[in-house]
Design a protein around this ligand. Structure first.
Ligand code: IPM
Ligand code: MG
Length: 328
C-alpha cells in the first residue's frame, strides 16, 4: 500500500502482545519499546486472544503490553474519528436517517484515570483507583479544542460530575481552559450515561467528544458501531509533538475468525492513513488512501462483517486497485 502511494519509508517489525509473551514471556520487551521510541511512527496490529486470557494477576497479558507502550511513549491523546460513509449507511444497526451526516471525533485521554491508578487485590477484595492531575486534564482538553477548531467548532466534554470527584475537577479544568484560550469553540458538558444514549439517538449532533480513559474506551466502541462495523474504525495515539505517535485499529484481534481470511482490513488501512497524516507529515498521501477506501466501498466492496463476502486479501486488493487507478 505504501509502495503504491509512492511513500518511501523504512519499516521494521517487532513482536508484541501474545506473540511476545510466547517468545519472551512478556508482552512488551525493552527492545520493542526502544525501537518504537526511536521510530517516527508506530503502526500496531491488534493484540490478545483466548490463549493469553487469564484472571491471574501475575500472568502476563497482551493488553498490559499495550498499556505499557502507551505509557512508555507518553501517548496521552487518543483520536478516534467516526465518519460513517454514505455507502455503508445501510450496514449500520441504526436507521439511515439517524446516522446521516454523522462525523464525530472521540478524543480519549489515554495514559491516566482508572487504567493507570493503583490496583489492589486480596482474596476478599479488589480496587482500582481513578486518578487525574489537573495538568493531564488540561493537555487533553487543549487537544480537543484544537481539533474542534479544524472541524465544526463544538466540544462535548463527557464526565460523571454528579458522582465522581475526578469528574468534578475535570469539568472545572475543561471550563477554565475554554474560558482562557478557546472561547470561540462551543462547549457543553454531557454526563456519560446521557452521552451513551445521545450517541445512538442523535449522533450527528456531535462534533468532538472529549473524555477520560475508561469512558472513552466504552463510548468509542459504541460510536464505532455507527459505521456498521468495528472493523472500520482507525485510531491515532499522540504524545508530545516531536515524539512518535502510535496508529492502530480500534478493533481487537478477533480470534474467532483468525486465519480464515474473513477479517476486515479497512480499519488497519485507515490507521495507516492516520499514520501518514499525523505521524509522517504526509496529508496528501493520507487523503489518497482514505479516498481509495471510500471509493472501493462505494464500488460495492463488502467484507463479511459488513454483510458481504470479500476476503481480507480481496478487500486489500480492492483498495489497492482504486489507489493505483487514481495515482496512475
Ligand atoms: C482499546 C482497547 C484497549 C483499551 C485494551 C485492549 C487494553 O479496548 O484500545 O480501546 O481498553 O484501551
Ligand atoms: Mg476498547
Amino acid at each position: 500500500m505504501l509502495d503504491a502511494l509512492g511513500v518511501d519509508v523504512e519499516t521494521e517489525e517487532h513482536v508484541f502482545g501474545g506473540a511476545a509473551i510466547d517468545a519472551h514471556g512478556t508482552a512488551l520487551t525493552d527492545e520493542t519499546l526502544a525501537a518504537c521510541q526511536a521510530a517516527d511512527a508506530v503502526l500496531l496490529a491488534a493484540v490478545g486472544g483466548p490463549r493469553w486470557d487469564t484472571t491471574d494477576p501475575h500472568a502476563p497479558r497482551p493488553e498490559q503490553g499495550l498499556l505499557d507502550l502507551r505509557k512508555g511513549l507518553g501517548l496521552f491523546a487518543n483520536l478516534r474519528p467516526v465518519r460513517p460513509l454514505p455507502a455503508l449507511y445501510d450496514a449500520s444497526p441504526l436507521r439511515r436517517e439517524r446516522i446521516e451526516g454523522t462525523d464525530l471525533l472521540v478524543v480519549r485521554e489515554l495514559t491516566g484515570g482508572i487504567y493507570f491508578g493503583e490496583k489492589t487485590r486480596t482474596d476478599t477484595e479488589a480496587s482500582d483507583l481513578c486518578h487525574y492531575t489537573v495538568a493531564e486534564v488540561e493537555r487533553i482538553a487543549r487537544v480537543a479544542f484544537d481539533a474542534a477548531r479544524t472541524r465544526r467548532g463544538a466540544v462535548a466534554s463527557v464526565d460523571k460530575a454528579n458522582v465522581l470527584e475526578t469528574s468534578r475537577q475535570w469539568r472545572q479544568v475543561v471550563h477554565r481552559v475554554h474560558r482562557d484560550d478557546f472561547s470561540d469553540v462551543e462547549l457543553q458538558d454531557v454526563l456519560v450515561d446521557n452521552a451513551a444514549m445521545q450517541l445512538v439517538s442523535r449522533p450527528s449532533d456531535f462534533d468532538v467528544i472529549v473524555t477520560e480513559n475508561l469512558f472513552g474506551d466504552i463510548l468509542s466502541d459504541e460510536a464505532a458501531m455507527l459505521t456498521g462495523s468495528l472493523g472500520m474504525l482507525p485510531s491515532a495515539s499522540l504524545g508530545a509533538p516531536d515524539d512518535p505517535g502510535l496508529f492502530e485499529p480500534v478493533h481487537g484481534s478477533a480470534p474467532d475468525i483468525a486465519g480464515t481470511g474473513a477479517a476486515n482490513p479497512l480499519a488497519m488501512l485507515l490507521s495507516t492513513a492516520l499514520m501518514l497524516h499525523h505521524g509522517l507529515g504526509l496529508p496528501q498521501e493520507a487523503a489518497a488512501l482514505e479516498s481509495a477506501v471510500d471509493r472501493a466501498l462505494e464500488a460495492g466492496l463488502r467484507t463479511r462483517d459488513l454483510g458481504g463476502s470479500a476476503t481480507t486479501a480481496e478487500a486489500t486488493r480492492g483498495v489497492l486497485d482504486h489507489l493505483t487507478r487514481s495515482t496512475a
